[in-house]
Design a protein around this ligand. Structure first.
Ligand SMILES: C[S@@+](CC[C@H](N)C(=O)[O-])C[C@H]1O[C@@H](n2cnc3c(N)ncnc32)[C@H](O)[C@@H]1O
Length: 342
């Protein structure tokens, strides 16, 4: 260790003499030593980048992913496209949510192609599951990215879209959480959809902030979820899960249900203004949904991100631009001198 400490100040000749080697050989040893250090560092760096697959999703301190929820969805990952199975209510919910998203987006597009009304729109479907909502949005012409933290859900979604060559080009699926891609996709999407997802996340505030960040200014956020009321406890948990078996037991936790007021209280400070909150009611006998004024069980919400830039131009540079303009006008308008002085 003494040699190592003194190595930088040890003269080359003295070292050669101490080690009883020729200067040429010393140069070779030195090159080898540096090379081996470099290899060790690059190996250590590469090791740091490797993550165990089962820790990938839950390693960040700001994850919104609840591992117990993930287990529930993992078990059901092969059932997404069974129209009579556990996800039957989500299949029939498309009758309401697809037109809800389409019509609200169409208000923002002046001209649209018949047959492909959402053409040119970039949509992020967060918590896409097996792609039940992603596919119809792709069929309407949008470019859709569907993300879900459950790998098996994404595999099911990939397999299903591959049956349709048109969808194969318009839809991209990724197994990840929103917070993992928030930086790389900041202000990318015209619309973000989180349908039946917010009642499954932990840290709702972080989740909604991420939704806001990936939206372009004036972009739309669509959420469908379950209200936090006594009625939603009675019907959403006791009746649906424990009596009628419409959804598997343990799918929902009442504490995680979100009221429209709570949603709005998080969205507004993040620059999203809620435009619509519409009640949705499910008839377990017919298996169909319909719109209702009653939002005490299920509801759909549409919020729009403000146009104002999140990072305003620094006042200094605005002043410089104004001053330049005044200087340019100094010969033509006499009052400009006074203005420039100010
Ligand atoms: C009830 S399913 C809804 C699936 C799909 N949106 C639909 O309506 O057909 C909820 C989905 O949210 C996903 N999920 C759970 N926690 C999530 C989180 N923190 N971020 C994104 N997705 C999540 C689950 O893996 C599951 O696929």
């Amino acid at each position: 260790s003494r040699y190592l400490i003194f190595f930088p100040v040890y003269s080359k000749n003295l070292l050669c003499w101490t080690l009883q080697i020729k200067p040429r050989v010393f140069n070779e040893y030195r090159a080898m030593w540096f090379k081996s250090c470099r290899m060790t560092f690059s190996y250590v760096n590469r090791m740091k980048k490797c993550r165990y697959p089962w820790t990938r999703l839950y390693s960040t301190s700001h994850t919104t992913v609840d591992s117990s929820e993930i287990k529930t969805f993992l078990v059901l990952a092969h059932k997404w496209w069974d129209e009579q199975g556990v996800y039957a209510p989500l299949h029939s919910m498309n009758d309401l949510r697809v037109p809800f998203i389409r019509d609200n987006l169409l208000k923002t597009i002046p001209n649209h192609q018949p047959g492909k009304p959402l053409s040119g729109m970039k949509i992020l479907d967060v918590g896409c599951g097996g792609g039940l909502l992603t596919e119809p949005l792709g069929r309407l012409g949008a470019s859709v990215i569907g993300i879900d933290p459950v790998d098996e859900n994404i595999k099911t979604a990939q397999r299903h879209k591959s049956f349709d060559p048109v969808l194969d080009k318009r839809i991209e699926y990724r197994a990840c959480s929103l917070e993992e891609i928030v930086e790389e996709t900041a202000e990318t999407f015209d619309a973000v959809v989180a349908s039946e997802v917010v009642e499954h996340v932990i840290d709702l505030e972080t989740f909604l902030q991420c939704c806001c960040q990936v939206l372009k200014p004036s972009g739309s956020l669509f959420i469908t979820t379950i209200n936090k009321t006594q009625l939603s406890y009675a019907l959403g948990i006791i009746f649906s899960e424990q009596i009628a078996g419409i959804v598997p037991k343990g799918t929902h936790t009442w504490e995680k249900f979100v009221s429209p007021e709570k949603l709005e209280s998080i969205l507004e400070p993040n620059g999203l203004s809620v435009q619509t909150v519409a009640g949705m009611l499910y008839n377990p006998f017919s298996g169909y949904w319909h719109w209702s004024e009653n939002t005490s069980i299920n509801y759909a919400a549409h919020a729009v991100k403000s146009r104002v830039q999140e990072h305003p131009v620094p006042a200094e540079s605005v002043l410089t631009e104004e001053t330049e303009e005044l200087r340019a006008n100094v010969h033509t308008s006499p009052g400009v001198h006074e203005e420039l002085k100010r």
